[in-house]
Design a protein around this ligand. Structure first.
Ligand SMILES: Cc1ncc(COP(=O)(O)O)c(C=O)c1O
Length: 407
């Protein structure tokens, strides 16, 4: 049975980062022959985390109708918007929030940077858990925050947190913050309630603020627990970053909801936004989020089914034909973490191998920090036909490389 997610939609001439600016001189791979990214045999871009699926129809219709209106003057967040966010958190994540806990910002990463500037001083320390979404490093570095790494453990194909190491590092009085990635990009873990509670106990004991980046929460294949839903005491020292952007493919609309249960923390962050004249957000981002949260639940269920079937296909293919690559199946996110260490290549050669020999553009694992070397991240949120074609190309490239080594 075909699904609407099987429809191939060209993104050429849309200024798509994934499909077009891949060739820009700022891209680290720009020195690779750009013709690899052009023509009928162009490289398949499976790197940056957006999807090649159209947003739910009610979202598209609402945006079109609003665009047709023709007047785009000043607007404000409405009560119906707040209620849509409250309902979504309750219905999808069993987390009861109050409308006034919501602070809208133009994206999660901008919010992270602003949160760091609100609550930390240069010279303070913050903990992250690599291999992890690399902008966490950037946000901390540019704000002169010392990065303390609490690396994840990788054993028998599964990632877990190292709580003993975390407890040791949290003890340092200069350590003020932990940025949690939940679900975790790139390793795909959806942290269990027990794991989150253990982490929370350590952070509470040492009075660490926790920013939980939950942008991938809706894309979980196993039960997801929001850090904010762990109880009042934990939520008092927590800031939860959410957005409809990954879920419904709205990232270009640059909109997110930062949920801050504690009144004092919220007031501090709002003051920072006011100081930077940022208390309002773009009307289209808000509209798309409200409509998606109000009318998008069934679409999301279909999407999760589609992605899950694609994951089955990828897992089967990698196991049967892409040895020695190993797949770590994600519990959440549409990002597949591939262990390519057995190929024995350095990180950039590994990525170049697949882009040059297979014409498949994967994200290099090493950019996610220690523990990412020798890994690749593959975005499978595209029509399955394209994913299948990418896998076929990778199989041929690997077979040719084995054959040429044998010569
Ligand atoms: C964990 C995580 N946080 C944040 C972002 C980006 O958020 P935004 O586009 O809202 O800045 C991404 C995008 O891939 C992500 O994976």
């Amino acid at each position: 049975m075909t699904s609407s997610f099987d429809t191939l939609i060209s993104r050429i001439s849309t200024d798509s980062v994934k499909w077009e600016t891949i060739q820009s001189e700022h891209n680290p791979l720009h020195h690779i022959r750009t013709d690899l990214f052009q023509g009928p045999d162009a490289a398949i871009p499976m790197w940056i985390a957006d999807m090649d699926f159209a947003a739910p129809r009610p979202v598209v219709q609402a945006l079109v109708a609003r665009a047709r209106h023709g007047i785009y003057g000043y607007t404000e967040r409405s009560q119906t918007y707040d209620q849509a966010v409250v309902n979504w958190m309750k219905n999808r994540h069993n987390w009861e929030i109050q409308p006034d806990w919501i602070v809208a910002t133009p994206g999660v990463i901008p919010a992270l940077a602003m949160l760091v500037r609100t609550f930390l001083q240069p010279g303070d320390k913050a903990i992250i858990q690599p291999p992890v979404y690399f902008p966490f490093y950037h946000v901390l570095r540019v704000n002169q925050i010392e990065i303390v790494e609490n690396p994840l453990r990788y054993q028998d194909g599964r990632y877990t947190m190292d709580f003993d190491d975390l407890a040791r590092k949290a003890r340092d009085p200069h350590t003020r913050l932990l940025i949690l990635c939940s679900p975790h990009n790139p390793v795909g873990r959806v942290w269990s309630r027990e794991e989150l509670t253990r982490l929370a106990q350590i952070c509470l004991e040492h009075d660490l603020l926790v920013i939980s980046d939950e942008i991938h929460a809706d894309l979980s294949f196993v039960p997801f627990t929001s850090y904010g839903a762990l109880g009042k005491e934990i939520a008092r020292r927590a800031i939860i970053c959410t957005a409809a952007s990954k879920t419904f493919n709205l990232a270009g609309l640059a909109h997110s909801n930062i949920i801050i249960p504690d009144r004092t923390l919220r007031a501090q962050f709002k003051t920072y936004l006011a100081q930077n004249a940022l208390p309002n957000t773009n009307l289209f981002g808000r509209l798309a989020t409200e409509v998606a949260y109000t009318h998008g639940a069934a679409w999301l269920d279909d999407l999760l089914r589609y992605l899950s079937q694609t994951l089955d296909m990828v897992e089967d293919y990698v196991t049967r034909f892409l040895s020695p690559l190993r797949m770590i199946r994600p519990e959440g996110t549409y990002l597949v973490w591939l262990d390519g260490r057995a190929l024995g290549m350095d990180p950039s050669s590994l990525q170049r191998f697949f882009v040059e020999r297979a014409r498949v553009y994967l994200e290099q694992g090493a950019i996610f920090g220690p523990g990412g070397e020798g890994f690749l991240r593959m975005n499978i949120a595209m029509p399955r036909k394209l994913v299948r074609e990418a896998l076929r190309r990778m199989r041929i490239a690997l077979a040719e490389s084995v054959a040429s080594r044998g010569d």
